[in-house]
Design a binder for this molecule. Structure first.
Ligand SMILES: *Cc1c(COP(=O)(O)O)cnc(C)c1O
Length: 379
């Protein structure tokens, strides 16, 4: 079945007998047993719930893996993946990560005895040169947040396979609609479902998709033990969101292309970071390894005053954290997503006081441009 169809009919299992077209929300914490030692297949919703199972079965089809687990947030998903590692293990990670992942690794995983090297994973030789005897995993985001650096997943996978390392890819920005890391050789895909998969800025969720039965068994154990599972209602909202993922992403990408081109022509805009622009250093790899460029744009303006003007004077575009939803949002990475990262480290990456990030939604591109033009050009 085609991806578009899988988003709607990816799991044909029926969970009730009424013919309900929309999968029911099984708002039950526990399930009665038919007899001693017997189970309907469901015992307690921390372990599994039919609504969540339906969602997970769709998700695993979309990413093309062995198993998918739905978590209460993206951070809960990444936190559970970190539980696969033990004190003494070493992980190589992208040096331009989502701020929450940066905080998790620095302030929790390190305390738990895991050591890290943060490198520019666009440069495969940087990953290779940091491999130590105790290295167990490589964690990448591509494109990165907010600098939009692109990593060649297949090339990293060849390296991690040779060294027996687990390759984890955060696929939040492109989703399986545009990029399928497991097909390119990744072992684990993580998501903030809060973003494009949910797509409406109304639900928090996270996913881990794995390509290996042993890792799946281990993660299922971690999952039921630590308990950050997605509720039945939020599972249903994700199911509903995913049904329109392809059409939302097509429209968001189309809008993003228009905005990126328009921003590039503005005097007050110094640099535009959008992987769909042929001038972007990751353009060719992106073309090769995915089927689209997504709708995330970062751009640097001429001054802090312009930043303030934009953030305070846009009216259609909202100044808010998060991304991927139908509403266009603008964020100030320095103060928001990356506020916890030390200044020198942040600035070395280009996350300075003039950098803004746009998550382009599905409104009319012209209305979005007009909103920005009013502020930038005083129109
Ligand atoms: C938002 C985000 C996360 C964290 O997800 P939550 O659902 O907010 O916990 C992880 N990675 C990336 C790339 C994100 O954008």
């Amino acid at each position: 079945m085609d991806f578009n169809t899988l988003c709607i009919h990816g799991n044909s299992e029926k969970y009730d007998t009424t013919g309900a077209v929309s999968v029911p929300i099984f708002q039950s914490a526990t399930f009665a047993h038919p007899a001693v030692g017997e189970s309907t297949g469901y015992d307690y919703s921390r372990q599994q719930n039919p609504t969540r199972e339906h969602l997970e079965k769709i998700m695993v089809k979309l990413e093309g893996g062995f198993d998918a687990l739905a978590f209460s947030t993206g951070m809960a998903a990444i936190g559970a993946v970190m539980e696969l590692f033990s004190p003494g293990d070493h992980i190589i990670a992208s040096d331009d990560l989502y701020g929450g992942s940066h905080r998790l690794f620095h302030q929790i995983s390190m305390k738990n005895g895991i050591s890290f090297d943060f490198v520019n994973t666009s440069d495969i030789s940087m990953i290779e040169s940091h491999i130590q005897p105790n290295t167990k995993g490589v964690f990448i985001e591509t494109p990165t947040n907010p600098m939009m650096q692109v990593t060649d997943i297949k090339a990293v996978a060849e390296l991690t396979k040779r060294h027996n390392l687990i390759l984890i890819v955060d696929n939040t920005f492109l989703t399986p609609y545009f990029q399928k890391p497991i097909k390119l050789g990744a072992d684990i895909v993580v998501h903030s479902g809060t973003k494009y998969l949910g797509g409406h800025n109304d639900t928090l969720a996270g996913f881990v998709v794995v390509n290996d039965e042993k890792i799946s068994d281990r993660l299922r154990f971690i999952y039921k033990t630590t308990g950050a599972c997605l509720s039945p209602f939020d599972s249903w909202l994700m199911i509903r969101g995913i049904k329109t993922l392809p059409i939302r992403m097509d429209k968001q990408q189309e809008n993003a292309m228009k905005l990126a081109n328009w921003l590039g022509d503005q005097q007050k805009v110094k640099t535009v970071y959008y992987i769909g622009l042929p001038t972007h250093p990751g353009y060719e790899i992106s073309q090769r390894q995915g089927s689209g460029f997504g709708a995330m744009i970062s751009f640097e303006v001429d001054s802090e005053k312009t930043v303030r003007d934009i953030l305070e004077k846009v009216s259609l575009i909202q100044y808010a954290e998060s991304l991927g939803g139908v509403e266009t949002l603008i964020t100030y990475p320095m103060l928001q997503t990356h506020g916890d990262i030390p200044k020198a480290e942040r600035e070395a990456k280009g996350i300075n006081e003039c950098l803004l990030r746009l998550s382009v939604g599905i409104e009319s591109a012209q209305d979005l441009i007009d909103d920005l033009a009013r502020v930038i050009k005083g129109e």
